[in-house]
Design a protein around this ligand. Structure first.
Ligand SMILES: Cc1cc2nc3c(=O)[nH]c(=O)nc-3n(C[C@H](O)[C@H](O)[C@H](O)COP(=O)(O)OP(=O)(O)OC[C@H]3O[C@@H](n4cnc5c(N)ncnc54)[C@H](O)[C@@H]3O)c2cc1C
Ligand SMILES: C[S@@+](CC[C@H](N)C(=O)[O-])C[C@H]1O[C@@H](n2cnc3c(N)ncnc32)[C@H](O)[C@@H]1O
Length: 634
């Protein structure tokens, strides 16, 4: 995606105009009336807000978000009993100042516009779920081309706002492939409205399964189109591969979560946002005593040379984590500086800046300690323990102090055997037990299916006075970080595989001292560490978390393996999972960046059987990913 090949101006009436498409974003001087008349009235919006429990709106072309604001405003005027979910794509996101100016003429919506602008992601990449009105109004903003983003989206719309630029100048938004995708993301009865009356659009949408009609156009335009999805006997491709299909498993019992780290407390909080109270079991009987209990940590994206799943997850995750902290009024030190001592990352930084935009990251060539440094706006130094505690408090969950010894299934329930010899029953069990997740899963399956392992890390504390002579210290250099901790600093961390030593080791302190000296060659003598901490990350083989429903192995073997291995996915039956069994682990070195978003996705999947993640992305996090790779390879 490249906003650089688009330029914008304003008409005399103050309406945003795209030079690339030679078109205005709305009709001059009456954009809001146009939006309400065409898209809201065209979809019978206000009435549906009163009768539906949930209304999912899909839009082609987010632009300034005026249509979204008009829909949100209509929600505000309604009895607010309906949850509004609005998903939209955008290939050319607007820079913030331009965006602000473009919305200025619509003063009636100024309050909503301000809230929207505050919350819009700063990056130009990824799928971003943004909550308003305590989650009653949700915006899923998908940056990218309409076809690419809709292929990855697994939502089905109740109503469509088709709002590309005029079809003659913007053919990428109006063609058979797009019409087929719209049909694929529709349900019987889904409505659509658009400003255009172009004949090929009417015929194309009709071919895709929409019953189309011409209606009077807005302000002097003769016609425009409305439609309703009536697929008849047409068949459509499934939105997901069969072995990763979604299954709704609304809890009837209180969900039980094993583990009170950032994964477990995030999940409990997300359940509470759906009015579901949960139970957390933790050996320690307190939150954040294992990996999640460091004194300081970072929320920070990870950039790679060409952008990959890890980058996408950490970019979207950081947006979500920071937004969540803001919602909870948890103040953090935002913005981070990563040093590149020898200028080795020039190409990586250049690529990342081109992908995400200079409002998001920028390269500082005038760095005190290195050839260059990367400034990351959407990152923060955090107090991990305080965050877990706050998430837990918000969740209203009950915390049971016990170790889970064994898990058995009995009919549709999970029997959780605890160290005090009691047994807890539930129909919804989520294993979020950090490095113990692998053993607990193995106790159910009799084999290891998640490819999880543990990675030891030791941190060191440094007295503030020891670093007093060094101004503008960075947060990151190489694979280490140096974080302000009150008047002192925290330096971390080491990485050791297959190492279960919980003690603080001199050799690790020596390694950390070495890295500090590399950062600050003028540092004289040895740093005096005043303590430290050892903890264990849980990582998966592909360095991505595992989050989602657990496969029924016998069914997977029978349905996707053996002689079915080479069958086309479209011929195979949908997945069967272990009823009510989920996992959320493998967050590696970035749990605070990724676990809150993953928790949101998991709870959405459990309660509604859908995801807001791009499909390809969810597949890379799915607990069945290693099983299915093995089965399909034979
Ligand atoms: C040294 C170090 C530095 C790090 N720095 C950062 C950072 O700056 N930013 C960042 O985002 N991430 C960082 N991480 C990674 C981050 O801490 C982890 O990704 C995250 O804490 C994992 O959270 P979790 O909830 O999955 O696991 P944990 O926090 O380990 O929680 C698992 C919980 O499960 C409980 N449990 C386990 N087995 C059982 C059982 N059988 N019965 C009952 N309870 C059980 C444990 O008591 C524990 O409380 C760091 C990790 C380390 C080790
Ligand atoms: C008429 S404007 C939409 C106005 C918008 N609905 C609003 O409320 O401001 C059309 C939008 O489609 C976007 N667009 C054009 N081609 C696209 C493509 N191939 N994929 C995604 N978005 C595209 C444009 O950048 C522009 O923002």
């Amino acid at each position: 995606m490249n906003s650089a090949d688009n330029t914008w101006t304003f008409t005399e009436g103050g309406t945003l105009y795209s030079e690339k498409f030679a078109d205005t974003y709305f009709m001059d001087e009456c954009g809001l009336e146009e939006s309400r008349s065409i898209f809201l009235e065209g979809n019978n919006f206000s009435e549906r807000l009163e009768t539906a429990e949930e209304l999912i709106v899909g839009e082609t072309g987010f632009g300034t978000g005026l249509n979204f604001l008009a829909a949100w405003d209509a929600w505000r005027q309604s009895s607010k009993t309906c949850r509004l979910i609005f998903f939209s794509c955008e290939l050319y996101p607007l820079e913030k100042s331009l965006h602000k100016k473009a919305l200025e003429p619509y003063g009636e919506l100024a309050e909503l516009a301000k809230k929207l602008l505050e919350r819009l992601p700063k990056t130009k990449q990824g799928f971003h779920l943004i909550d308003f009105e305590e989650g009653q109004v949700q915006l899923l903003l998908m940056f990218g081309d309409v076809k690419e983003t809709f292929k990855e989206c697994s939502l089905k719309a109740d109503a469509w706002f088709l709002d590309g630029f005029a079809p003659s100048g913007n053919p990428e938004m109006w063609n058979e492939d797009v019409f087929r995708l719209l049909a694929n993301h529709s349900k019987e009865g889904t409505t659509l409205a658009t400003f255009t009356a172009a004949g090929f659009v009417r015929r194309g949408l009709a071919d895709a399964g929409f019953e189309m009609k011409k209606v009077p156009g807005f302000r002097g335009k003769r016609h425009r189109l409305d439609g309703k999805f009536e697929p008849g006997t047409r068949r459509f491709a499934k939105l997901e591969l069969p072995w990763y299909s979604h299954q709704k498993q609304t809890p009837k019992h209180k969900p039980v979560i094993i583990g009170a780290g950032i994964a477990g407390t995030s999940i409990a909080r997300e359940f509470k946002r759906k009015n579901i109270e949960s139970i957390i079991i933790d050996t320690a009987g307190e939150v954040a005593t294992a990996a999640s209990g460091n004194r300081r940590g970072m929320i920070m994206p990870l950039f790679t040379m060409h952008g990959n799943h890890q980058e996408m997850l950490t970019v979207c995750g950081a947006e979500y984590s920071l937004q969540t902290l803001k919602d909870l009024d948890i103040t953090v030190d935002t913005g981070a500086l990563e040093l590149d001592k020898d200028g080795e990352n020039t190409e990586l930084y250049k690529n990342a800046e081109a992908r995400h935009g200079s409002e998001y990251i920028s390269v500082d060539k005038q760095s005190t300690y290195a050839q260059q440094a990367l400034r990351m706006q959407q990152s923060a130094v955090i107090d991990p323990l305080a965050i877990c505690q706050r998430f837990f408090d918000e969740s209203g969950a009950e915390l049971i102090k016990a170790e889970v010894i064994k898990i058995e299934s009995k009919q549709d329930l999970w029997m959780i055997h605890l160290s005090d010899n009691s047994i807890l029953e539930t129909d919804t069990l989520i294993i979020a037990a950090g490095t113990s997740t692998a053993n607990l899963v193995e106790s159910i399956y009799g084999e290891s299916i998640l490819n999880l392992s543990s990675l030891r890390g030791q941190l060191a504390y440094i007295k503030g006075k020891d670093l007093a002579g060094f101004p503008d210290l960075p947060n990151m250099y190489g694979d280490k970080y140096l974080l302000k901790d009150g008047n002192d600093f925290l330096l971390g961390a080491t990485f050791q595989e297959d190492d279960e030593d919980t003690s603080l080791r001199e050799s690790d302190f020596a390694e950390l001292a070495e890295s500090l000296k590399k950062l600050l060659p003028d540092f004289e003598g040895e740093p005096e560490f005043c303590g430290g901490r050892t903890a264990f990350r849980c990582k998966s083989k592909d360095y991505l978390p595992v989050v989602g429903p657990m496969p029924d192995l016998a069914y997977f073997q029978e349905t996707y393996g053996g002689n079915k291995r080479t069958h086309a996915a479209s011929r195979l039956a949908e997945a069967k999972y272990m009823p009510g069994l989920f996992v959320a682990s493998g967050f590696g070195s970035r749990g605070f960046t990724t676990a809150p978003l993953c928790a949101r996705m998991l709870v959405e999947e459990i309660c509604h059987g859908r995801t807001f993640f791009p499909a390809d992305f969810r597949r890379h996090l799915h607990p069945a990913k290693f099983t299915i790779r093995k089965l399909r390879r034979g």
